[in-house]
Design a protein around this ligand. Structure first.
Ligand SMILES: [Cu+2]
Length: 112
């Protein structure tokens, strides 16, 4: 009987931790280097933020392709700087750089 009580207590603790995490969202680090997004594919959860760091000496953008699930968005990432994008909808979105259209990436947003 006491074992059951301890186990249910652990389950309650785990659920609480999950709820706090979902509320805050995580910051997921990504890089831009030598005209490429690294990693090119990013898997995150709803509410998480992607933070790109641009290591190049030219500015880049992360621009959602038209028709993206998450709607149109366009993030400017100046040379040597960071920029953020927060996932507010579940789904996959392909993005590219407006200045260098060969740069392509993909973000998969899952429900929490
Ligand atoms: Cu670029």
């Amino acid at each position: 009987m006491s074992v059951t009580v301890i186990r249910s207590g652990l389950v309650a603790l785990a659920l609480t931790a999950g709820a706090v995490n979902a509320l805050a969202g995580e910051v997921v680090q990504a890089d831009i280097s030598k005209l490429a997004y690294t990693p090119a594919e990013i898997n995150i959860h709803l509410g998480d933020t992607v933070r790109w760091t641009n290591h190049d000496f030219v500015a880049h953008t992360a621009t959602a392709k038209s028709g993206a699930t998450s709607g149109a968005w366009d993030v400017m990432i100046p040379a040597g700087k960071t920029a953020d994008w927060q996932a507010t909808e579940v789904g996959s979105v392909q993005y590219f750089c407006r200045f260098h259209p060969n740069m392509k990436g993909n973000i998969n947003v899952r429900a929490n």
